[in-house]
Design a protein around this ligand. Structure first.
Ligand code: GDP
Ligand code: GDP
Length: 440
């Protein structure tokens, strides 16, 4: 679930301007298409790799003369009820008004985290007005200018911090890993699932899947619960009555979307197909963990070097998922099939791994000192510091003097250095760059 951020405040303080500013380009299109101005406006957005949904409530208007007031007010209440964080916008030029105080009273009752946004702070000497607003008693207060785009980054930083605090409070179902078996027809997905479930007697329950007429299977292995996505169909299907399967790439991609870990099943007797590469690329871009399963290993004639040769081939043809562990198994003989569940457990751990800012910066400093970034057009990339902003997959933000100076090969180098130190086997890493004028 994406957290919802609600923008509230009395009319004319600049809520819709701020909304536009936060979601930037996208809205220009939405606005001209929908023409909705005074209803709730929703948009998806992202900051530092954290997706969220932002809602412009259109205003808590306490003036009864406005015909639309009850409606707008209701909308605002709804948005507040749904919100993870509320941005309470006030006008820094006019200063505190009684309408602001009324809105503040409503928000205080909601007991949601509120950031008081003092808008129209177009230049610094206006900041003196801030003191009035501190009286409202919201601990998070920040001055911005929605029109000029000032302070927006800092505002979003704080907002994202509040998501993290909220999330830390809730213990969720969500730690359960969702596993998708993906692969072309006849590579052995059904056989694998049947073997696993038959051997281990680990089924907890069948549950409706997220796509139409799909059924997921909930299982337990050691202390970990897993959901195998869209599996019941594969389980049920007997060899005899199995219809000729038309490989649905759409269905595969949907399963990838729902998964945390993708098990890319390959047939060791076949070459790697473009479709396999596309699915792997899609899973990588979507930030999913991955395990590569080389099935039908029983059919391969082996000498001492066969496994290495296969491993090299996979690394060459699926080079962008070089972090994925490769398992060599046979669903027919059962050889090493149970490794799948252990590997999922290890990868899960990596997927949720969180590093402290101190250790990240130690690695960054060392990496930069052994291999400093080279100059580009007379300018040199400076990395001020890095921090991890999320897991699932592990997501990092590096604050730099200019993101354009980061060559992709240098980013790759830094990623490899992080992997050398901490592993992260099986999971992609997301590295985002943010411009910082100077070190602060
Ligand atoms: P809403 O009714 O709260 O959604 O407010 P709007 O976003 O429609 O803005 C109301 C007015 O304030 C418009 O004329 C905006 O151009 C203006 N405004 C919004 N943000 C700023 C700002 O940061 N500085 C200045 N000077 N004006 C702003
Ligand atoms: P799916 O279409 O990916 O679900 O593939 P199936 O599980 O239906 O398997 C396709 C065919 O490959 C069946 O005839 C299986 O018996 C066979 N098969 C699956 N795994 C193995 C294996 O590890 N070794 C051998 N020799 N045959 C396998």
């Amino acid at each position: 679930m994406k957290p919802v951020v609600a923008i509230v405040g009395r009319p004319n303080v600049g809520k819709s301007t701020l909304f536009n500013r936060i979601i930037q380009k996208r809205l220009a299109i939405e606005e001209s298409e929908s023409g909705i101005t005074r209803d709730r406006l929703y948009a998806d957005s992202e900051w530092l790799g954290r997706p969220f949904m932002i809602v412009d409530t259109g205003g808590i208007d306490l003036d009864d003369q406005d015909v639309m007031t009850p409606h707008i007010r209701r909308q605002a209440e709804l948005a507040v009820a749904e919100a993870a964080v509320i941005l309470f916008v006030v006008d820094g030029r006019t200063g505190l008004t009684s309408a602001d105080e009324d809105v503040a009273a409503i928000l205080r009752r909601s007991e949601k985290p509120v950031i008081l946004v003092v808008n129209k702070t177009d230049n610094l000497d206006q900041e003196k007005n801030m003191f009035d607003f501190y009286r409202l008693g919201f601990p998070e207060t920040i001055a911005v200018s929605a029109v000029h785009g000032l302070g927006i980054g800092d505002l979003l930083d704080r907002m994202v911090d509040l998501f993290e605090e909220e999330k830390a409070d809730e213990v969720s179902d969500d730690e359960i890993m969702r596993v998708a078996f993906i692969g072309r027809p006849n590579v052995g997905k059904s056989s694998l699932i049947n073997y696993l479930l038959g051997e281990e007697r680990l089924i907890v329950s069948d549950i409706p899947g997220t796509t139409r007429d799909s059924i997921d299977t909930r299982i337990r292995h050691d202390d970990q619960e897993l959901i195998l996505i869209d599996t019941a169909g594969m389980r049920r299907r007997s060899r005899v009555e199995k219809p000729v399967e038309r490989y649905s790439v759409m269905r595969a991609l949907k399963s990838v979307d729902q998964a945390d870990v993708v098990l890319l099943v390959l047939d060791a007797t076949q070459s790697i197909a473009e479709q396999d590469q596309r699915i792997a690329g899609y899973a990588h871009d979507a930030g999913k963990a991955m395990i590569i399963v080389m099935n039908k290993w029983d059919l391969v004639e082996k000498d001492g070097k066969t496994m290495d040769r296969f491993r090299r081939r996979v690394r060459e043809e699926l080079s962008f998922v070089d972090y994925a562990p490769i398992l060599f198994i046979s669903a027919k003989t059962g050889q090493r099939v149970t490794q799948i569940l252990d590997t999922i457990q290890q990868v899960t751990h990596q997927y949720f791994l969180r590093l402290s800012t101190a250790v990240i910066n130690e690695v960054l400093r060392e990496a930069v000192s052994i291999n400093p970034p080279s100059a580009y057009k007379g300018r040199r990339l400076k990395i001020y510091y890095g921090t991890q902003t999320g897991v699932r997959p592990p997501t990092f933000v590096f604050f730099v003097n200019d993101p354009d100076l980061m060559h992709f090969s240098y980013k790759r180098f830094l990623e490899n250095k992080i992997r050398e130190s901490f592993g992260f086997e099986g999971t992609p890493l997301k590295i985002l760059l943010r411009k910082r004028e100077s070190q602060s």
